[in-house]
Write a new protein. Structure first.
Lengths: 279, 279
């Protein structure tokens, strides 16, 4: 009876709303994550040392950083340019659909296209030949990296355009109008009016693009398997292979490291949201 | 004038982006002979270059007939996909809608910390959660069953976050009014929360469908039997020697995704925006 009273707050309806979700999150995410955290320290810091000196880990981190370093700036630039053109154009709805459509295409379908397009005798090389550029065997040379970046941009361009447009739509009309009245050219109004206003949105989009960039593993894995060409061997491949070989110790400490990094990223993302709210 | 030119370029580029999708759809209507001739350099029967014409020479629905009537394994994987996505989304509705409502409606100690942990979890890549999920699924003897995919996804925190944003947009006065009229928490939830929060709910459904219809990492890690695999994982297994079948299967995989995309494009866009910034 005492126990019933003590826990009676659970039966209040406001907890009933949250209880199923909290219980599931605890059981399927927090509890096993804590378990993994403890396991990762099973040999003191030994597991961490093994991971941090592991050559495959170095390669994977390097490639992942390189992918992020090339893919995200390209994506941001292209999507921003496209958003500028699409925003307020007559064709806005149509163009949004067209650029978003790749998001709906399952990776398995994309992969089929890529296999034909980026084959040594495939269409990409034939297009290059038109411009007198010599083609390569895309998937088994360093060009695989380019294929991965192209897939990432193809899939995420629409998503990022939508975010930019949402940011542009939030800029008060009066600002751009004032610029027009003052005789600013279109370029000037973009450079001095729109860009500074979009700064907070820019940070948010960068962070989201980074978080989404981990999904590119799907394309990489389905096109090239568990051990692809060296330049696209990403952290996700490494984790997957450690998982397949049940190398639990290495995996747990590497997962903890990655989790800490991602948690820091999400915290900074939240700070950005809060700043947006203030401004 | 320059803007017009730029918009024209965007138009053309948008079409180019959609070309691969068109190529798959039209390619699925090509005859087996035409496909094997076109792809012979890849299949390895002859040298030379891939010759791919967008339009089929003699359109035929043969591959679809073959796939739908004479390939029982395709049916199995197709229904696996439907079952997985259906169960996940249904489960999410029961778990995430009340939780999101609870977060937006009630205040209690530790709410901010709890919500923050939801945000961090939603942004974690699968690489981090792979081992924790495995630990708990293995402990429950759920490995290599559909539950191993469904249960962790049902308790995903992303839909809670997205729906929370929808519920948070409902004016507080409405709740106050309902309270004065004597409505309890559950009545408020069903009469006011769900109808007014439905844009957020639909956004979560559309984004969820596209995500889970394209699931790769989870079934790859947790399902061993091919007979349990979803379409998204089975499709790349079809060899290019059977290109007709691969293309037809791709089109059938595409249809539900593209259907949901066009039906729910507005919700998709508002979902993307909500995940990116506070409106």
């Amino acid at each position: 009876m005492k126990l019933y009273k003590k826990w009676s707050f659970i039966w209040q309806s406001k907890w009933l709303f949250l209880l199923p979700s909290m219980a599931g999150v605890f059981l399927f995410a927090l509890l096993p994550f804590g378990n993994m955290l403890i396991q990762s320290f099973s040999g003191g810091l030994m597991n961490y040392k093994t991971v941090l000196t592991n050559e495959a880990f170095h390669l994977a981190v390097k490639n992942t950083c390189r992918f992020v370093g090339v893919g995200i700036p390209l994506l941001l630039l292209l999507s921003f340019a496209a958003a500028l053109g699409i925003y307020k154009s007559k064709w806005m709805r149509f163009l949004k659909s067209v650029y978003l459509l790749p998001m709906a295409v399952p990776t398995a379908v994309v992969v089929l296209i890529w296999k034909v397009f980026f084959h040594k005798a495939g269409i990409a090389n034939q297009l290059l030949a038109v411009f007198q550029i010599e083609g390569t065997d895309w998937m088994s040379t360093n060009a695989a990296f380019a294929v991965l970046v192209i897939s990432y941009i193809w899939k995420n361009l629409g998503y990022t355009i939508i975010l930019w447009i949402a940011g542009m739509a939030a800029i008060p009309e009066s600002i751009t109008e004032a610029a027009k009245v003052d005789g600013a050219t279109q370029w000037q109004s973009v450079r001095y009016m729109i860009l500074p206003q979009l700064k907070p949105v820019f940070y948010t989009i960068t962070m989201l693009s980074f978080l989404n960039s981990f999904k590119v593993f799907r394309e990489a894995y389905l096109v090239a398997g568990a051990y692809p060409q060296k330049s696209i061997y990403l952290l996700q491949h490494l984790f997957n292979n450690w998982f397949t070989n049940l190398e639990i110790e290495k995996m747990s400490s590497a997962a903890v490291l990655l989790a800490v990094f991602f948690a820091l990223c999400s915290l900074s993302l939240r700070n950005l949201w809060e700043k947006e709210e203030v401004s | 004038m320059r803007l017009k030119l730029f918009r024209g370029c965007l138009f053309v580029f948008g079409i180019v982006i959609c070309l691969p999708i068109l190529a798959v759809v039209l390619g699925s209507l090509k005859s087996g002979k035409e496909l094997s001739d076109a792809l012979s350099p890849i299949i390895g029967t002859t040298g030379g270059l891939v010759r791919w014409h967008l339009l089929p020479l003699y359109p035929t629905g043969m591959h679809f007939v073959k796939l739908l009537f004479y390939t029982p394994e395709f049916f199995t994987v197709f229904w696996n996909s439907i079952k997985l996505v259906g169960c996940i989304l249904l489960g999410q509705m029961f778990v995430a809608i009340p939780a999101a409502f609870g977060f937006s409606r009630f205040s209690f100690r530790g709410k901010h910390a709890l919500f923050l942990s939801y945000v961090i979890l939603m942004l974690m890549p699968f690489s981090v959660m792979m081992l924790p999920s495995y630990l708990v699924l293995n402990g429950m003897h759920l490995m290599n069953t559909h539950w191993s995919i469904i249960l962790p996804a049902v308790f995903s925190t992303f839909p809670v976050f997205l729906m929370y944003r929808g519920f948070a947009a409902i004016p507080k006065e409405l709740y106050e009014a309902a309270k004065i009229d004597g409505a309890g928490d559950w009545q408020t939830f069903i009469r006011i929360g769900i109808p007014l929060g439905s844009p957020g709910i639909l956004s979560a459904l559309v984004l969820g469908f596209l995500e889970y219809w394209n699931m790769i990492e989870q079934p790859l890690a947790f399902l061993e039997d091919l007979s349990l695999w979803p379409l998204s994982l089975y499709l790349p297994e079809i060899d290019l020697r059977r290109a007709g079948m691969a293309l037809a299967a791709s089109v059938i995989t595409l249809i539900p995704a593209v259907f949901v995309f066009f039906m729910g494009q507005d919700y998709l866009e508002s979902g993307i925006t909500a995940s990116g910034m506070k409106e």
